[in-house]
Design a protein around this ligand. Structure first.
Ligand SMILES: [Zn+2]
Length: 272
C-alpha cells in the first residue's frame, strides 16, 4: 500500500504506541513494511517440519518452546499465588523478564539495547521459531483463502528510539510523543517474537473485521501465536487494542488461550 496507510492513523490515535510505531516501520531493516500488491513471502519457502500441515496438532509438534527456554506446561496463574517479580537490575535487562520460560516485554518489563534475539531469520528479523510458526500459519491461512501480509517484524532499540525522537520533534512535546509511541526497550518487536499482520489494505482497529483479523483471532493459537493486546485490556497490557499484533509464545502456552480469546499474557502468567 506504499505509505498511504499512515495518514489514516491520524484518525485512530487512541490506539497508541505500537500503531504509530508500526506506521513508521518503513525503515525496518529487512523490509518490515510491505508493498500491498506483493506477497511478503512464499508460503512454501521455509516451512519447517510438522507444523505446516497440522493446524490441530498438539503442542508437542514442531516449535513449541519459547525463544529463551522450554515452554511451561503448567498454568502458573492457576497454581501460583505469589506474583512473579522482576529481579533484574538495570544492567541485567539485556535479558528479558521471563516467567515459566515465557519472555515478557512491556512498559513494565523493559529490555535494554543489548538484548540479543535467540536467533535471527530474514526477511523480518524474527527468531527461527517465530518465523517457522509464521510460515506455517500463513500457509494455513492461504489454504483458507486468506492472504496475510507482514507489516512489521523486528524493530531494533535504535530504530524505536529514532521513531520516538522524531515524534517528539513533530509533536513539540515529549509527553504527547510518549503517549502514542513505544519507548525503546518497551516494544516486543525488539525481540523478534512479535509480528504485525494485515491484508495490505485495512490498517488500524479495522483490522479486527478483515478476513485476516478474523482468521488470526480464531486460529493463531494453533500455531503458537497469541493476540497480545486484546480489546478492553489496556489497563493490564499497557497498550490499546491491536488486532494486528501477534506474539509468538509456542503452541503449549498458546493452547491455554485458544480461539477468540481475550486473555492476556499478563493474566496467564499471574502478572495481572
Ligand atoms: Zn506490533
Amino acid at each position: 500500500m506504499r505509505r498511504s496507510p499512515c495518514p489514516t492513523l491520524v484518525t485512530t490515535l487512541a490506539l497508541g504506541t505500537a500503531l504509530l510505531a508500526g506506521c513508521s516501520a518503513t525503515a525496518t531493516p529487512g523490509g518490515g513494511s510491505t508493498p500491498a500488491g506483493s506477497p511478503t513471502w512464499s508460503p512454501t519457502a521455509t516451512v519447517t517440519g510438522s507444523a505446516s500441515g497440522s493446524p490441530t496438532a498438539s503442542g508437542s509438534a514442531g516449535a513449541t518452546a519459547s525463544a529463551s527456554g522450554p515452554a511451561s506446561t503448567a498454568a502458573p496463574s492457576a497454581t501460583s499465588s505469589a506474583r512473579p517479580t522482576d529481579t533484574r537490575t538495570r544492567a541485567q535487562r539485556n535479558e528479558a523478564f521471563t516467567v515459566n520460560g515465557v519472555p515478557v516485554i512491556s512498559k513494565k518489563y523493559p529490555i535494554n539495547a543489548d538484548y540479543r534475539r535467540s536467533s535471527v531469520t530474514q526477511p523480518y528479523g524474527l527468531t527461527k521459531q517465530t518465523q517457522a510458526a509464521l510460515t506455517a500459519m500463513t500457509a494455513a491461512a492461504n489454504r483458507d483463502g486468506v492472504r496475510m501480509l507482514v507489516r512489521s517484524g523486528y524493530r531494533s532499540y535504535a530504530l524505536q528510539k529514532q521513531i520516538l525522537d522524531r515524534k517528539i520533534i513533530e509533536y513539540g512535546s515529549e509527553e504527547m510523543a510518549r503517549r502514542y509511541n513505544a519507548a525503546p526497550g518497551r516494544s516486543e518487536h525488539q525481540t523478534g517474537l512479535a509480528v504485525d499482520l494485515w491484508d495490505g489494505v485495512t490498517w488500524g482497529v479495522g483490522v479486527r473485521n478483515t478476513k485476516v483479523g478474523r482468521w488470526l483471532w480464531r486460529h493463531a493459537w494453533e500455531y503458537g501465536f497469541i493476540l497480545r493486546y486484546p480489546d478492553g485490556k489496556e489497563a493490564i497490557t499497557g497498550y490499546a487494542f491491536e488486532p494486528w499484533h501477534y506474539r509468538y509464545v509456542g503452541k503449549t502456552v498458546a493452547k491455554a488461550f485458544g480461539p477468540r480469546s481475550n486473555l492476556t499474557l499478563e493474566e496467564h502468567l499471574g502478572l495481572a
